[in-house]
Design a protein around this ligand. Structure first.
Ligand code: MD3
Ligand code: FE
Length: 212
């Protein structure tokens, strides 16, 4: 259903953190079908943290590089550790959306080489963390697209102890994190149960990065 109230098309949540509500809706069918083709080639899996815990969120990747975690640590690598094959190519519709969203937020020339795909089923959560495994964290923004069930995103500060702000994210929302917000702590509260018409009992977040 369309919103009963008009929503602005660009909301600055904090310096360098821009929400584009519904920016993925116009091409949702294309984006979801590209996503499903990637997941068919590289199925989402529960990676293990360096501390030995299995993550509740299942992950996969597309693009030249993919983010992985195991007992050895966090890193980007060009192959899927489950198959030894290169990660699936980043579909054009996804790369285009990431580029145009970054430009709308003031980051011209963003060229992602990695897309981390996070699949949440009811109960899955992501604890507060920073994304800093990329080679030049300060030099590039990060773009994220949310699909499927809605979630409560936790937007923290630059210190782990800063009290996070809760931001609801729904299907089609795109966020850009750059400048002073690139290193903010952030997380996702446990996913409530529900059923989404296109994605079923899932929330999928795609985060586009310049990793290498
Ligand atoms: C703020 N994903 O992939 S998306 C992640 O919804 C990640 O699945 C969450 O955290 C998710 O690393 C949050 C929004 C997001 C992604 C990366 C950020 C916010 C960010 C990096 C820096 C600051
Ligand atoms: Fe993150």
């Amino acid at each position: 259903m369309d919103s009963l109230f008009p929503l602005p098309d660009r909301i600055e949540l904090a310096a360098g953190a821009v929400l584009l509500p519904g920016a993925g809706l116009a091409e949702q069918a294309l984006l979801v079908s590209a996503l499903e083709s990637v997941l068919a080639l590289a199925p989402p899996r529960h990676m293990v943290t360096p501390g030995g815990q299995s993550m509740s969120v299942a992950m996969s990747n597309c693009g030249r590089l993919g983010w992985v975690s195991d007992r050895g640590g966090y890193r980007y690598q060009s192959t899927d550790p489950d198959t030894g094959l290169a990660w699936p190519a980043m579909p054009d519709c996804l790369a285009r959306l990431a580029r145009s969203a970054a430009a709308r937020a003031g980051f011209e020339g963003f060229e992602p080489d990695a897309c981390l795909i996070s699949v949440y089923t009811p109960g899955a959560r992501l604890s507060l963390h920073q994304d800093k495994d990329e080679e030049n964290v300060a030099g590039h923004p990060l773009v994220s697209l949310s699909l499927g069930l809605g979630a409560s995103f936790q937007l923290g500060g630059l210190a782990r102890a800063d009290k996070p702000l809760k931001v609801p994210l729904v299907h089609g929302d795109v966020l850009i994190w750059g400048g002073p917000s690139r290193l903010r702590y952030h997380g996702v509260a446990a996913l409530p149960d529900g059923e989404h018409p296109m994605l079923g009992r899932r929330r999928v977040n795609l985060s586009f990065r310049k990793a290498g």
